[in-house]
Design a protein around this ligand. Sequence first.
Ligand SMILES: *Cc1c(COP(=O)(O)O)cnc(C)c1O
Length: 366
Amino acid sequence: MPLATPYYLIDENALARNLERVDLLRAASGAKCLLALKCFATWSTFAQIAPHMDGTTSSSLNELKLGREKFGGETHAYSVAWSDGEIDEAIANADKIIFNSVSQLERFGDKARHLPMGLRVNPGVSHSHFDLADPARPFSRLGESDRAKVEKVMDRVSGFMLHCNCENDSVAAFSALLDQIESRIGDLLARLDWVSLGGGIHFTKPGYDIDALAARLKAFAKKFEVQVYLEPGDTIVTDTTTLEVSVLDIVENGKPIAIVDSAVEAHMLDLLVYRESAAVAPSEGAYHYEIAGKSCLAGDVFGAFDFPEKLEIGSRISLLNAGGYTMVKKNWFNGVAMPAIAIARKNGTIDLVKEFVYADYVASLS
Ligand SMILES: *Cc1c(COP(=O)(O)O)cnc(C)c1O
């Protein structure tokens, strides 16, 4: 019996292909790779991922604790701002703590004295196609941008975190950005033990020149005598996960519209945030449909695709790339049934690892 839709389906074989590329990069570059949990935190997969990575990095206390508890390895603690109420627990669960500003470092640094401490520095340059996700946008709060302030705390930190890339699939663009960073703050980098170059490098993409990236990272590490870290999120899970849905109704209004048992805002929110379309493969055939969700939002549309056969009530559709920034953002909008989570094992068996029920919906509010 096929599983009841909707569910997210994670493919272990696809994940293994990406992880092989992580192994190549780590071996050839000497860089350590930490999974960015804000992108993907489906912890049933951690047993497969963890042997190929060095640990996790976080954007909150909850992610930090999850990384420590379920992933292991090195646990980096970062947050745009720690609160007084969470700092002690953050320090207790961290192998390194990275402050986003000099004022946070000054506020909490004494408490974290026994840990390697880092500072997120904003070098003022970036590679991003979206203003929303551009750390170097005007008035950015992401990282300390006042060089004079950074210089004053250099003796308190052993490393910097520089996250300046978003969906960068070009080694040349990455390398040019690193050149700019080196020329801006190279003198400071030379005084550190480690530098995290953040996430956003899409090195698992087919055709990406991993050797060239590795050589660039190795040269950087040698020049400044630092341990390099990367914090990949999206590239680890690209093309590993689908959202499996079924057609509930087919209506006509100028074109045929298939309504499925999911909702964009609830289950693939980033499509709305970044105004992108979902994808199906191969999207070929004589039958054209708009695929839309069952929420009451007028713009709850996954996209328009071609199918080889007419869709019927009950037809199944696989929406691609539902791993990164998708499962972590699912929500109970409209009370739409939350997709279950299933894993396709290497031998083809499909295991249901999580189901959500009415009680979970109730528990999400009070
Ligand atoms: C978002 C983020 C990452 C992960 O970025 P990806 O694009 O998913 O690789 C890593 N580090 C920091 C600081 C981030 O904000």
